[in-house]
Design a protein. Structure first.
Length: 495
């Protein structure tokens, strides 16, 4: 369902189906990508009447109002120093969305609409799942070349602060260069001429072309991890996101094959319906290490034969990262699952991994895995492009370190019911007599599972309770009047 959350033709078709059906069940493993706006389109398609009653309208204006009420916004006012004398001061105001969501979003919409059922709720014999970030120091030569490239891009960013093409090239170049420091070529951007406003190309940076016929530190670390996992009889799957002109997956295959491992690269040319057969065929051929873009196996595939997943590159799509990282932790898996996230220390890859961890914390809290930071505000974060550009230009750290962020995620996972209990169960110490059948509304809350609690809350006619604040939500009145909202004739109108 998360693939239909955008403003696309397929997403609109989902709204049409939802408006024609009395009951509809939407399934997804990644409901939210870290921002409140991720839920706006889905709520219109599943709860259009409630959205209209709240006074929201379909479109960009309604999305802005929705984010303003349920999201986290940052307002930045800039006064140009040259104009900061008296009344001639020029004030520039910029409003940016940050990762995070209001608790009201959970209480007013998700609590009555969603049932969060996790694998551990329906399969109590799942093996342990572990996520391991691996920071790899750069070689001295690569570190020097990377710093030079970073300085060139930083200077260009300062000269072209509002040029989105420079920011986009900055992100991709600094993420790619540590993994592919050769044959990158000159990096160009586009801007408008001051005279006639016509587009022109200009040079952003010229990265140094390092030797291709050597192993760099991250590649050596990948070989070390793969060798250790294969020694334990654990097949590996490596993910990389750059597969076009500068194909990192081909480079990984070359490096691992040179180390004596049997590898296979899944390409997008393999049709979706044939990918499961492709994996089965490669397993039969004795392939030890599989390589692919995480988007290719995001949904619909079980990779139980690869209990070790290695993200050589993570990308910046939280939906894709969460889906791909759980491909091996499925029903039927009988071996512990390890997921490694490799990044070059002190580069944009580390910053990207840290920001992805922050967004993942927000997504997990809205799914009922509450962390200590709370739902309403995750500080010192921005959208991916702006946050990385700001850190690069200002040289300020954004929030905690990547290790600290992912340690918090580990704490959240440990708060979940254990998939493989290693201590004696409660039945070993005491016995309880429970009738065979108890109505859900009579079942004590302490004995309810999370799905049962959500179902009970959805069926209850009492005012919703969120964090114990019953009166606050029960007495809260919307600032918008539902009577004054005109009926919207659209394909999202519920029947």
């Amino acid at each position: 369902m998360h693939q239909l959350a955008g403003d696309t033709a397929q997403g609109n078709a989902l709204g049409t189906l939802a408006s024609c059906a009395d009951r509809i069940v939407g399934l997804t493993g990644t409901l939210m990508g870290g921002y409140a706006k991720d839920l706006y389109n889905l709520l219109w398609r599943f709860e259009s009447q409630k959205m209209k009653q709240k006074g929201f309208v379909w479109g960009a204006a309604g999305c802005g109002s929705f984010v303003s009420e349920y999201g986290v916004l940052e307002t930045i006012e800039t006064i140009e120093p040259a104009d900061n004398d008296c009344s001639d001061a020029k004030v520039t105001t910029v409003v940016k969305q940050k990762p995070g969501a209001s608790p009201l979003l959970f209480g007013e919409y998700l609590m009555g609409l969603c049932a969060f059922v996790f694998l551990e709720d329906i399969a109590d014999k799942l093996p342990p799942y572990q996520e391991i970030p691996v920071n790899v120091p750069m070689d001295q030569e690569l570190s020097r070349a990377y710093r030079e490239l970073e300085e060139q891009i930083t200077a260009c960013l300062k000269e072209n602060r509002k040029n989105r093409s420079v920011i986009s090239k900055m992100l991709n170049s600094l993420l790619l260069y540590p993994d592919h420091p050769f044959e990158l070529g000159t990096i160009y951007g586009k801007r408008r001429k001051a005279e006639d406003r016509r587009w022109e190309s200009f040079v952003i940076a010229t990265p140094e072309n390092l030797p291709k016929n050597r192993l760099y530190s991250k590649e050596r670390k990948l070989i070390e991890l793969v060798q250790a996992e294969l020694a334990q009889g654990r097949s590996c799957h490596v993910f990389a996101v750059y597969t076009g002109k500068h194909d990192v997956t081909a480079r990984i295959s070359e490096v691992l094959s040179g180390a004596g491992f049997r590898t296979a690269v899944l390409k997008s040319s393999v049709p979706t319906t044939q990918r499961e057969a492709w994996y089965a065929r490669k397993v039969a051929e004795g392939v030890q290490v599989f390589i692919a873009h995480p988007k290719l196996i995001e949904t619909g595939l079980d990779l139980n034969f690869c209990p070790s997943l290695l993200f050589y590159e993570t990308g910046y799509s939280l939906h894709t990262l969460r889906q791909a990282s759980r491909r091996s932790w499925r029903i039927g898996q009988d071996r512990p699952v390890k997921v490694f996230f490799l990044c070059q220390e002190g580069t944009m890859q580390t910053k990207c991994l840290r920001l992805m961890g922050k967004k993942l914390l927000v997504a997990l809290t809205l799914e009922g895995k509450f962390a200590g930071e709370g739902l309403h505000d995750i500080e010192e974060d921005d959208d991916m492009l702006a946050a990385m550009a700001r850190e690069l230009v200002e040289k300020n750290g954004i929030g905690d370190s990547a290790d600290a962020i992912w340690q918090k995620l580990k704490t959240v996972y440990e708060q979940m019911p254990s998939a493989c209990p290693q201590i004696s169960s409660i039945e070993d110490e005491a016995s309880f007599e429970v009738p065979d059948q108890i109505p859900v509304d009579e079942l004590p809350m302490a004995m309810m599972s999370q799905p049962e609690l959500l179902v009970s809350a959805a069926m209850s006619t009492a005012p919703p309770s969120l964090f114990g604040q019953v009166s606050a939500l029960a007495k809260r009145k919307s600032k918008r009047s539902s009577a004054s909202v005109p009926e919207q004739h659209s394909l999202f109108t519920s029947i």
